[in-house]
Design a protein around this ligand. Structure first.
Ligand code: DAH
Length: 339
């Protein structure tokens, strides 16, 4: 019996386990009611009286040793999860540093929110486009300079696959599968083959709006523009429309707002004119409606398109376009208090 006890002592000193389940299996093997050590206690009855003292002590030591060893194994496994003694859970937590929205996102969301109050809903389209949606459907002549490689990034030619140069392409995408009334606003990124400088970038952001229904008139366009300008730049803002040309609108106009820095008095920002240009607009050319499957004898519409960077510059006086894409936190953190 003494030999058995000694050999078990050795085995127990060597025990190891790699997970909780193994530790439990060892406990059952040695310490449960039918475990090896308990069975030895059962045999203790048969030990001759003169050996009882010695063997009894040895058995108790063995049992304690086994219990200790198994507890050690269990602790070793959970110690990786134990909490640092120095951790003070009652301490006030250090503040979590909040991020800030990108200024272009702030302004884009504001534009969307203003137009959604007029019943416009957001429509999106792909940045990789075909010639039809970016140019042909929008009444661009075959030899229009915008189709030139110098302005447009082509991915392949014949069939033409290109990066959209404006979000007006979303107009034709929506019109070709929706009948009026259509009242959409299309925010998105656009690409042009420009040398990068403080005033130009090869990608930027636009928001396009389109309204097509029966009897949509230039007066509707003007009222929408005035509402937008006042919501965006304040209730004192004035607007003026200058005749312009876009292939997809007729008549076309460019809209200026009274300079929001000097209130129209004239400053270096508005080049002392009191006005700054903010967007292009016009009545949708009947050719565009017809090309997209909308009967121009029944329906008319207006469209407008603006650069998000331009509006952001006016609101926040960002002087260099490149700052929008540099991800410099010193710049971005300044928009923390904006929404
Ligand atoms: N697509 C024009 C551009 O990229 C902007 C524009 C002008 C959009 C007039 C319009 C519009 O919808 O009516 O310069």
């Amino acid at each position: 019996m003494i030999e058995k006890i000694n050999s078990l002592k050795e085995t127990i000193a060597q025990l190891s386990a790699s997970n909780e389940a193994e530790v439990e299996a060892l406990r059952i093997k040695y310490l449960s009611k039918k475990g090896e050590i308990s069975l030895l206690f059962n045999d203790f009855r048969n030990v001759p009286a003169e050996q009882k003292k010695e063997i009894g002590q040895a058995l108790n030591i063995l049992k304690n040793q086994a219990t200790e060893r198994i507890n050690e194994l269990r602790e070793a496994l959970s110690s990786s999860e134990t909490i640092d003694d120095n951790l003070d859970l009652t301490r006030t937590p250090s503040p979590i540093k909040l991020g800030s929205r990108h200024p272009l996102s702030i302004v884009r969301n504001e534009i969307i929110s203003i137009f959604s109050r007029l019943g416009f809903t957001v429509a999106e389209g792909p940045e990789i486009e075909d010639d039809w949606h970016v140019f042909s459907s929008l009444n661009f002549a075959e030899d229009h300079p915008a189709r030139d490689m110098q302005d447009t990034f082509f991915i392949s030619r014949n069939p033409d696959v290109l990066l959209r140069t404006h979000t007006s392409s979303v107009q034709s995408r929506v019109m070709e599968h929706t009948q009026p009334p259509i009242r959409i606003i299309c925010p998105g990124r656009v690409y042009r083959n420009e040398a990068i400088s403080a005033r130009a970038h090869c990608f930027f952001h636009q928001v396009e709006a389109l309204y097509v229904d029966k009897n949509v008139s230039f007066a509707d366009l003007k009222q929408t523009l005035l509402y937008f300008a006042r919501e965006m730049f304040g209730p004192e803002t004035k607007i003026r429309l200058r005749p312009s040309y876009f292939p997809f609108t007729e008549p076309s106009a460019e809209m200026d707002i009274s300079c929001n820095l000097c209130g129209g008095k004239g400053c270096s920002f508005c080049k002392h004119t009191g006005w700054v240009e903010i967007l292009g607009c016009g009545m949708v050319d009947p050719n565009v409606l017809d090309a997209c499957g909308i009967d121009s004898k029944i329906y008319s519409g207006f469209a407008l398109g603006m650069g998000v960077e331009r509006i952001t510059n006016l609101k926040y006086q960002v002087k260099d376009l490149r700052m929008f894409s540099e991800n410099d936190r010193r710049f971005l953190e300044q928009f923390q208090s904006a929404h």
